[in-house]
Design a binder for this molecule. Structure first.
Ligand code: ADP
Ligand code: MG
Length: 377
């Protein structure tokens, strides 16, 4: 079994997240059914005043190699637990489907697909098919910086990074020749989809998929959709992917979501975004990396250079769809600022904050409405 380890940076991000959204619940309210919760969800401030809703939270480390935190308002611990159990069950099921390292009985998951995809069309679970088809349509539309068909290249980086983290004294860069050879096998055209049969076929036997750039985004959307039905208000964090539901029921108009300070020795936040009914996703160069000869090499690879992209320190996206935000955070991390800005301006309802290597912060106009640092000036 081979899994990634949860990075300290992700943990500290979540601690910041927990601090920003902190608040405790006592469980004295009478139990009511979840349908009663959603029926009265419109009058949040009043309900909190009447002490109808309380705040609960749960943290879980058992899926997506990351820290998952759910904060939610409910009328009782039992109501919260019922919704949270469903949410975490869905997350675990998606974790198995998207797992690239382990097989599960009777499940044609990503691991199975990467092993057998070139032998013939493989029928995969709907979630996996949808995710691949969505990414392929982005690729067909010309957004190719996030290429999930780049598994051949990414697995080499993953191997050297894992080795380099375990044995820092002998950490090495992958040989460029190996990366170039692998880059012959990253053409998304060779991932053949049949939506009727829900099958995937690799017409290049050396191609594999790595869905790390979007899997948490897809999962966040799915779980958020479920939570909207079960809780009047929630805040979900799946690693760097945050989904903020309706405004918190403590009278505030928004949830506060931190953008991590790239200088992780500060373990603080660079900015705070006030949002509701939005997802917030950040890709940064300070999350998963290793060090060779004093230089950091992180986990977001530019398909052009086959090396970690150095144009950005972090990119944060706010929009309605977490898979789109996850996809774009990686894409705009790789693109130069001007090109990324042009992509963002083309898309309705997508707001972006870039932190550039010299420390400059750029943001779309709409982002300035969310970000406290911009609202102050
Ligand atoms: P995180 O996983 O830290 O949230 P991202 O969403 O940016 O960060 O995804 C990075 C992951 O995506 C990497 O760990 C790798 O598996 C994969 N990846 C890296 N570069 C690319 C790329 N150019 N296209 C597609 N996937 C990528
Ligand atoms: Mg991403």
């Amino acid at each position: 079994m081979k899994r990634k380890t949860i990075s300290c940076a992700v943990l500290s991000l979540l601690l910041a997240f927990a601090a920003l959204s902190s608040g405790c619940a006592s469980s004295t309210a009478p139990a009511v059914s979840p349908s009663a919760i959603s029926a009265t969800a419109g009058n949040a401030a009043q309900d909190v005043q009447n002490n109808l809703y309380q705040r609960f939270s749960r943290t879980d480390l058992s899926a997506f190699d990351t820290v998952i935190t759910l904060v939610g308002f409910a009328q009782s611990q039992a109501d919260f637990d019922q919704a949270a159990n469903e949410a975490f069950e869905r997350i675990r099921s998606l974790d198995h489907i998207f797992d690239a390292y382990n097989a599960y009985d009777d499940l044609n998951n990503l691991y199975y697909l990467n092993l057998h995809g070139a032998e013939g069309p493989v029928e995969v679970p709907e979630d996996l098919f949808q995710l691949i088809a969505w990414c392929k349509s982005q690729w067909e539309n010309g957004l190719r910086e996030t290429n999930i068909a780049m598994g051949a290249v990414l697995s080499i980086w993953h191997e050297y990074r894992t080795e380099g983290i375990q044995h820092p004294e002998s950490a090495q860069l992958p040989p460029m020749e190996a990366l170039l050879n692998a880059s012959e096998h990253i053409d998304f055209e060779n991932v053949v989809l049949d939506s009727e049969k829900q099958t995937v076929f690799y017409s290049d036997p050396d191609l594999t998929l790595d869905i790390g750039a979007v899997a948490k985004g897809y999962a966040a959307d799915e779980v958020a959709a479920l939570l909207y039905q079960r809780m009047p208000s929630f805040l979900l964090s799946l690693g760097g992917n945050v989904y903020a539901g309706n405004a918190p029921m403590d009278g505030r108009a928004n949830w506060a979501v931190g953008v991590q300070d790239p200088d992780t020795s500060n373990s603080g936040t660079k900015d705070i975004l006030d949002v509701h009914d939005k997802t917030v996703v950040t890709s940064g160069d300070y999350w998963r990396y290793y060090v060779v000869d004093g230089q950091r090499y992180h986990h977001i690879i530019d398909p052009e250079t086959l090396m970690p992209s150095t144009k950005m320190i972090s990119v944060t996206i706010v929009c309605d769809s977490s898979i789109l935000a996850d996809f774009l955070s990686t894409t705009l991390f790789v693109l130069p600022y001007e090109a990324g800005r042009a992509v963002a301006e083309r898309l309705d309802g997508v707001e972006v904050m870039w932190i550039l290597p010299d420390g400059t912060i750029e943001a779309t106009d709409g982002m300035k409405d969310y970000a406290r640092s911009f609202r102050k000036t």
